[in-house]
Design a binder for this molecule. Structure first.
Ligand SMILES: NC(=O)C1=CN([C@@H]2O[C@H](COP(=O)(O)OP(=O)(O)OC[C@H]3O[C@@H](n4cnc5c(N)ncnc54)[C@H](OP(=O)(O)O)[C@@H]3O)[C@@H](O)[C@H]2O)C=CC1
Ligand SMILES: CC(C)(CO)C(=O)C(=O)O
Length: 310
């Protein structure tokens, strides 16, 4: 039986973990603030894809060190935050054959893990899903529900195919790519624009952000900058990617980005992983990104104000 340890089993981790468990994988979780309730009662999940159900992990750990047998797959689904050493967090449970799977937003977030675990296969995953925690142990899946997965830095991966088969079997569409870094840049075209913009005016949903021709043109120009950076980094974007993202987002019901939800609840935000890394890549490759630089400066000010208010 495939053993899976999910580290940071919040919204994304519990949802995907539950899907994997349904397909027969032995799924254990490491929780922090939700530990007591999850250990006692499992997760209460509402989902249009998986149905409303309880997910009882095989084991619930308070820390990674409590997991004494290295799993086949270690899936990391914490937020990617400044000052958090993700390699140190997962190290106690990584065995020589453990495949490390990152299901996290941002660009250039894999190198640190690949350097720390040179012998382990690293899979990088991009969740396209709208899911949140409505209370401790309660996971509310609202919309979408897909995963793009691939071997980092590139190439084919039977280990990715096995995870994809399990998720597809459970109804979560999972595509395996041999160019996951390119896929990450493509997702950044959406995340590095909508996510920071969604917190600049309080909390803005997608309908408001695309509500006027001016705001739509602004988002388009910001997306063009991300595409220019991706191209300079060696990952040219499809010419229609912006049109497709804007059209697809307009067609969706109004949506709050994961950063907007973190903002709302006063939680740390993934500004560095999503936007800071994009801006740093632009600087490295000599790409002028005035809109992204402005968004970066403004979101850092917002973050500083939230910290000061805490
Ligand atoms: N939610 C969504 O719809 C989407 C999310 N993503 C990405 O997926 C990733 C996960 O997001 P999401 O599931 O929403 O985040 P959540 O905040 O719901 O879950 C993260 C979990 O990690 C836990 N955690 C953090 N640090 C530690 C630690 N040191 N030890 C143990 N547990 C820890 C948190 O615990 P605690 O509660 O104590 O902080 C929390 O349970 C992010 O990169 C996000 O951007 C991508 C697409 C959509
Ligand atoms: C693209 C989207 C909306 C869902 O996957 C997301 O990544 C986010 O909210 O941060």
């Amino acid at each position: 039986m495939t053993s899976i340890l999910i580290v940071g089993a919040g919204a994304v981790g519990a949802l995907f973990g539950s899907a994997l468990a349904r397909q027969g994988a032995q799924v254990s979780v490491v929780c922090r603030s939700d530990y007591d309730i999850v250990a006692r009662e499992g997760y209460d999940i509402t989902s249009p894809l998986l149905g409303n159900h309880r997910f009882y992990p095989h084991a619930v750990f308070k820390s990674v060190a409590e997991c004494k047998t290295p799993p086949d797959y270690l899936i990391l689904t914490t937020k990617v935050l400044e000052g958090v050493d993700r390699a140190a967090l997962i190290r106690p449970a990584v065995g020589p054959r453990t495949v490390i799977v990152l299901i996290q937003n941002g660009v250039d977030i894999e190198a640190e893990i690949a350097t720390a675990f040179p012998e382990n296969e690293i899979l990088s995953g991009l969740a396209i899903v709208g899911v949140g925690r409505s209370a401790p142990g309660m996971v509310n899946h609202q919309t979408m529900g897909q995963l793009n997965l691939g071997r980092y830095p590139n190439g084919a991966s039977p280990a990715a195919e096995r995870i994809a088969a399990l998720l597809n079997g459970a109804g979560i569409g999972c595509k395996v790519t041999d160019n996951v870094v390119g896929a990450r840049w493509q997702k950044a075209v959406w995340n590095a624009t909508f996510n920071p913009i969604s917190i600049t005016g309080g909390m803005l949903d997608t309908a408001i952000m695309l509500g006027t021709p001016e705001s739509t043109a602004f988002i388009q120009r910001a997306m063009e900058e991300v595409c220019a950076v991706a191209g300079a980094a060696g990952y040219p974007m499809h010419p229609k990617v912006i049109e497709q993202f804007i059209g697809g987002t307009k067609a969706m019901p109004p949506y709050h980005t994961s950063m907007a939800l973190d903002y709302k609840y006063g939680r740390p935000m993934e500004i560095e992983a999503i936007l800071g890394n994009t801006v740093r890549a632009a600087r490295k490759h000599g790409v002028d990104t005035p809109i992204l630089e402005t968004l970066y400066a403004v979101t850092k000010m917002i973050e500083a104000r939230i910290r000061a208010d805490r």
